[in-house]
Ligand binder design. Sequence first.
Ligand SMILES: [Zn+2]
Length: 64
Amino acid sequence: MVKIEDSCVDCGLPCLGKNCPYAEEAHYYCDKCGKEDILYEVGHQQLCAECILDLFCTVEGSDI
Ligand SMILES: [Zn+2]
């Protein structure tokens, strides 16, 4: 999921409010584990690489 969050860094300058690039920063969280990461569209979900791999079974014997 994409969440727009206030990521104020307390830069010490007079606050620009909505005009500050940090005020409304997009953050990308996995729909399954909630980790902030690179996401991939899988059906209607947005998942991280780890969760996508969890959806598949390894071929027996290939994981030595
Ligand atoms: Zn995940």
